[in-house]
Design a protein around this ligand. Structure first.
Ligand SMILES: N[C@@H](CCC(=O)N[C@@H](CS)C(=O)NCC(=O)O)C(=O)O
Length: 208
């Protein structure tokens, strides 16, 4: 059984949980709030980050390499043709390095402080950044059902980011109807979204 040292709200971790689910791989998510898990995790990574995956003798401490590992082993995360494979990987990169920046500002501001102490300028700046980073994704998606045509690692990565965005008050503006439909498809489809979501996202979905 694969072990995944993780944190519920970490988007890199959620991306991997979604990928494992999609590939039909059984795994144990080991939260670092348990001191035994934390001690085991510390020995496995020089980076000090989550997620860390243990698959038998194989230890992986970068989420992108975990996706590649699952794809290599199970052929479950990328389309067959070359162009959509490149596109899926490019969108994972965008998810890891670009779309998260506005979301992170908002999440950190809201999560770490009581509402009375929120810096509204930081939150507004994060919202603006989020909205500036969306058109690239709307163009990439176009009228396809999923980011690279069929469901792929790109959808796993972006579903986690959009889930966290929604839970912390960042909506998909109405002018991006295709992104709204894509997100609804990911949440409501058989993709393990709810089963792998952190509590804050489930609470948001229950309210919405
Ligand atoms: N390049 C790493 C980035 C992972 C990462 O930044 N994880 C964050 C949590 S979302 C982390 O562990 N930060 C340090 C910490 O939480 O102490 C990967 O893709 O796995």
């Amino acid at each position: 059984m694969i072990k995944l040292y993780d944190k519920a709200e970490c988007p890199f971790c959620w991306k991997v949980r979604l990928a494992l689910k999609h590939c039909g791989v059984e795994f144990a998510a080991l939260g670092l709030d348990d001191p035994a898990n934390k001690a085991a995790w510390e020995k496995l990574t020089p980076f000090g980050t989550v997620p860390v995956m243990e698959a038998g003798d194989i230890v992986i401490d970068q989420s992108g390499i975990m996706l590649d590992f699952l794809e290599d082993r199970y052929h479950c995360l990328l389309p067959q043709d070359e162009a959509p494979r490149v596109k899926a990987r490019t969108l994972v990169y965008y998810s890891d390095n670009v779309i998260g920046r506005g979301i992170k500002d908002v999440v950190f501001e809201k999560r770490e402080k009581p509402e009375a102490e929120w810096d509204l300028e930081v939150i507004e700046g994060g919202r603006r950044q989020w909205e500036e980073d969306l058109p690239y994704l709307a163009d990439a998606l176009g009228d396809q059902p999923y980011m690279a045509g069929e469901y792929s690692m790109a959808d796993c990565a972006l579903a986690a980011r959009f889930g966290m965005a929604g839970a912390y008050g960042l909506n998909i503006p109405e002018n991006h109807a295709n992104l709204r439909q894509w997100f609804a498809r990911v949440v409501e489809g058989d993709h393990g979204f709810r089963e792998t979501a952190p509590p804050v996202v489930l609470e948001w979905l229950a309210r919405a």
